[in-house]
Design a protein around this ligand. Structure first.
Ligand code: BG6
Ligand code: MG
Length: 218
């Protein structure tokens, strides 16, 4: 099946914001006296804000009221927004401009499927907002990753059948979302973590578009 859309995750795929999410969650976990390391964080990548907070609370055996939860989620978000305040076009990962240019040249649509409510601000700071044919609104997604809703929403908006789409993710939850959406999958990061992806590259700049398109068509 020939590919007509590439649907990207943002945090950890196009820029290093996955690290800032980790730092902000780690600070909150410390405040709550819950042990939380990078291995725990792998489970949180791609997971929405309240789901991530719940993971930390469950790990610490903590029970909070809904308003306490919202207060802690807001606190994490304020910290995260401080961490990304300095971001600029220089923070776009190497290789993204080239990849987008190649996709445009090939007539392949570009979509964004980020669970982050800060995604619009981040892509604007990175100077790539205009490159996307469609950007999912995380606030309108009712079932977060690993549910396929967000990838399917973007595919539908782009007028593409799932099988004609390639999803690109750095997270386990996001990869599951792509697979359950019936799309072809690229993992960016650790091959041991993302072993279920059809193609795995350590970094977005390593992605071999010609190879993916050729193999995807078979
Ligand atoms: C995902 C990140 O893209 O967005 C998660 O991988 C993050 O780490 C989630 O929790 C939600 O982000 P935000 O900005 O809405 O809190
Ligand atoms: Mg990610």
């Amino acid at each position: 099946m020939s590919i007509c859309a590439f649907i990207f995750d943002l945090d950890g795929v196009l820029t290093d914001t996955a690290e800032y999410h980790y730092q902000a969650w780690a600070a909150l976990a410390k405040e709550l006296d819950v042990a939380f390391d990078r291995q725990d964080n792998e489970q949180l990548k791609g997971v929405d804000r309240m789901g991530s907070l719940q993971f930390i609370l469950d790990k610490g055996g903590l029970q909070l009221t809904a308003s306490q939860k919202h207060a802690f989620a807001d606190k994490k978000n304020r910290h995260y927004q401080q961490l990304i305040a300095h971001m600029s076009e220089a923070d776009l990962f190497d290789g993204v401009h080239d990849l987008f240019a190649q996709l445009k040249q090939a007539g392949i649509a570009i979509g964004l499927a980020s669970a982050s409510k800060n995604a619009g601000m981040v892509i604007s700071r990175l100077g790539i907002s205009q490159d996307f044919d469609y950007v999912a609104d995380a606030a309108k997604i009712t079932q977060g990753k690993p549910h396929p809703e967000i990838f399917l929403t973007v595919a539908q908006a782009l007028g593409a059948e799932p099988a004609q789409c390639v999803g690109v993710e750095d997270s386990l939850a996001g990869l599951q979302s792509i697979i359950d959406a019936g799309m072809q999958s690229i993992g960016i990061g650790d091959a041991k973590v993302l072993e279920q992806a059809q193609w795995i590259y350590p970094h977005i700049k390593d992605l071999q578009l010609a190879t993916v398109l050729k193999q995807a068509a078979n």
